[in-house]
Design a protein around this ligand. Structure first.
Ligand code: AMP
Ligand code: MG
Length: 274
C-alpha cells in the first residue's frame, strides 16, 4: 500500500510528511498519456456498473480552499457518462439541515445501485470546519467519528463502494492559487474573503484532517491523500484510484449484463410467440 493511502483505523497520519508534489520522474506528458487510457477505462466501468445495478459508487472530495475539488470533478466528468452521475456540493447547512442530525442531508444523496455520487465536501465538514470553529461542543463532534464509521459501514453493506480523497496542497500553493484567482477576470468570481480567514487556521485544519483520516480510514472506505500541487498529477491519482477500485467488479458486472440480456431476449421471444 503506498504511504498516502490509509485503510486502517488508527493509522498514523502526518500530512507534513506526505509530499504535495508529483514524484520524481513523473512528467505531465507521461501523465496525460495515462489519463487518456484511464478515462476510457472509467467510462466502460461506469457504464457496466450502471447497467448491472449491483453496486453504487460514492466519491468524497475534501480539501482546503483552492485545493482543486471543483477542478477534479470537472476532470472526472470527461471520463463519465453523466447519465447516472450526481454531483452534490455541501455548503453551510441551512436551518432545516441544522435542525436534523448531521448525516441527514448527506444520507439522502447516497447513490442508488448503478449510480455514482461525487461529493464536493461532505459529512466530514462536521468534524473539520465544525471542530476548528467550535460550531458545536467538543463532546458532540467527538462522537461523530463513530457515527461516520457506522454510516460508511452501512453504505458498504448496501454494496456502495466508498472512496475518500483529501486533496493535499501546500500553504504556499494555496496562496498562489488564491492570488491568481483574484487576478484573472475568469476566476475572480470565486474570490471569497473567507478563504483568507480560513487560511489563518491552517494548522488547526491540519490537525482536524489528520484525525478525521486516522479515525475513519477502513479497508472498505479508504482515504487517499492526493498530492495536489500539480493539477495534472492530482487528476491522475484520483482517476487511477477510482479505476483500481472498480476493476475488481468488472467481471461480475459484465456477467450480470449478460444475464439481464438473456432475460430480456427471452421476454421478447415470449412476446413474439404469443
Ligand atoms: P465552498 O466549498 O467554497 O462553496 O464553501 C462551502 C462552505 O461551506 C465552506 O466554507 C465550508 O466550510 C462550509 N460548510 C460545509 N459544510 C459545513 C458544515 N457542516 N458546517 C458548517 N460549514 C460548512
Ligand atoms: Mg470556499
Amino acid at each position: 500500500m503506498p504511504d498516502n493511502v490509509f485503510t486502517k483505523k488508527g493509522a498514523r497520519v502526518r500530512l507534513d510528511d506526505i509530499s504535495a508534489e508529483p514524484p520524481d520522474g513523473m512528467t505531465q506528458a507521461k501523465a496525460e498519456k495515462r489519463l487518456e487510457k484511464l478515462g476510457e477505462e472509467l467510462f466502460d466501468l461506469q457504464d457496466a456498473m450502471w447497467g448491472a445495478k449491483l453496486h453504487a459508487l460514492l466519491v468524497v472530495l475534501q480539501g482546503r480552499d483552492a485545493a482543486g475539488k471543483d477542478g477534479t470533478i470537472k476532470h472526472l466528468s470527461g471520463g463519465l457518462n453523466l447519465r447516472g452521475v450526481q454531483v452534490i456540493s455541501f455548503g453551510v447547512p441551512t436551518v432545516e439541515e441544522r435542525q436534523h442530525d448531521f448525516l441527514w442531508r448527506v444520507h439522502r444523496h447516497a447513490p442508488r445501485h448503478g449510480e455514482l455520487a461525487l461529493f464536493n465536501r461532505s459529512h466530514y465538514e462536521d468534524v473539520l470546519v465544525v471542530r476548528v470553529h467550535d460550531l458545536v461542543p467538543k463532546k458532540l463532534w467527538k462522537e461523530r467519528y463513530d457515527h461516520i464509521r457506522g454510516f460508511e459501514q452501512l453504505l458498504t453493506e448496501h454494496h456502495t463502494i466508498v472512496l475518500k480523497y483529501f486533496l493535499h496542497i501546500t500553504k504556499k500553493e494555496q496562496k498562489k492559487r488564491l492570488l491568481e484567482r483574484e487576478a484573472q477576470p475568469q476566476t475572480a468570481w470565486k474570490v471569497n474573503p473567507d478563504d483568507w480567514e480560513e487560511r489563518e487556521y491552517w494548522d488547526d485544519y491540519t490537525d482536524a484532517y489528520e484525525d478525521a483520516i486516522s479515525k475513519t480510514a477502513a479497508a472498505h472506505a479508504p482515504w487517499t491523500v492526493v498530492p495536489a500541487n500539480a493539477k495534472w498529477y492530482r487528476n491522475l491519482v484520483v482517476l487511477e484510484s477510482i479505476v483500481d477500485a472498480l476493476k475488481p467488479h468488472r467481471d461480475a458486472w459484465l456477467m450480470r449484463l449478460k444475464e439481464i440480456g438473456k432475460e430480456a431476449k427471452a421476454a421478447v421471444r415470449g412476446l413474439r410467440a404469443r
